[in-house]
Design a protein around this ligand. Sequence first.
Ligand code: ATP
Ligand code: MG
Length: 369
Amino acid sequence: MAVVDFFSNSFITIDIGFRYIKIVQVKKSKNKSKLLSVVNYGIGDTPKGCIKNGAIKDKDAVVAEIARVLKDHNINAKEAKIVMSGTNIISRVIMIDKVPDSEVDKRIWEEIRETIPVDMNSNRIDYKLLGETMVDGKVKLKVFVTVVSKKIIDNYIDILNQLRLKPIAVDIPSNSVAKFFKLDIDIGQDNTARKLKFSKYNNNTWIVFDLGSETTIINILKDKTPEFNRVILKGSSRIDHEIVKELDLQPHEVQKAELYKKMYGLSTILTPCNEYLCSKAAMRVMDSIIKDIKMCIDFYLTRCNGEHPSKIFLIGGGSQMKGIEEYFEENLGLPAYKINVAKIGGLEFNQALDKDRLNYLVNALGVAL
Ligand SMILES: Nc1ncnc2c1ncn2[C@@H]1O[C@H](COP(=O)(O)OP(=O)(O)OP(=O)(O)O)[C@@H](O)[C@H]1O
Ligand SMILES: [Mg+2]
């Protein structure tokens, strides 16, 4: 390796989930190839109960855990980017009448002030123009707006400062996910039977479904740009609690329930046994999440003037569950793909690293791009 490498830029990215902290050391080439190399990564345990309303409450405990992972994995970059928790971030699609280009910005801010009643000084508000759309025969401009409290942004910057890392970016999950999906995602060819089965929708609108421990984030990307984002306050750990109830376990046996969840997943076994009971509990939670996804699709179709998504990508630790793709396909009628099965152009892993945990790293990798 060169002593001084003018063509790359090395830094770390951090995604603090309710359950796990993902830390990735990357190298981004500055030349034309735009390749993102994962030099190293580590996954730590988030200290219990430390995220409240999107902010990190127990900063010292989180800083100590990040420092431990950095040391254990010999990660020693000086600069860092961090992804915020999805909770407490507002994202909305607004529509404005088509006006001359020079007036668009002014008109958008007027509409934001009218329809999103938040304090302009204590929040950071960003918008992205999504393009033109027809509503009731009239041309409208579609705009994606995000609102984040400045106090919460500072809270994440503090964490980096305490770690003596120079903050180079703080981002929100809808951006990090969209940036990751801008990479060249190749899921290969479906066989003819599957192509036929899922031929109803054929477009570039995708759902990216992030099943975390306490939250589920439903993103809709059109042509790789975020057009819809909703955070649901239920995640994979809810399945553990349902299993505890179903098997009549003691509350302290929730770890055992989690193991059962990982072991059995969404099994279609019909004979009454632990596998059957645990899957039944998992299905109860998944059914309620699938209902939420359907509501999000409806909202996107009617209120954001969107088109029906044609496929769903599964990311996050919870998306590792056995049988989840089949379950989604059966209940949503859309082809479902775990991100781990995709070939991803523009991203390479150091040979010694385990690529199978890619589903955990999507947000941390996205913020790097
Ligand atoms: N093989 C598996 N089957 C089912 N669930 C799994 C499997 N592996 C991990 N999980 C679940 O994934 C969850 C952790 O995922 P992840 O790291 O994405 O959450 P997080 O980012 O910490 O949480 P959040 O996104 O809600 O802040 C845990 O609930 C864990 O039980
Ligand atoms: Mg997460």
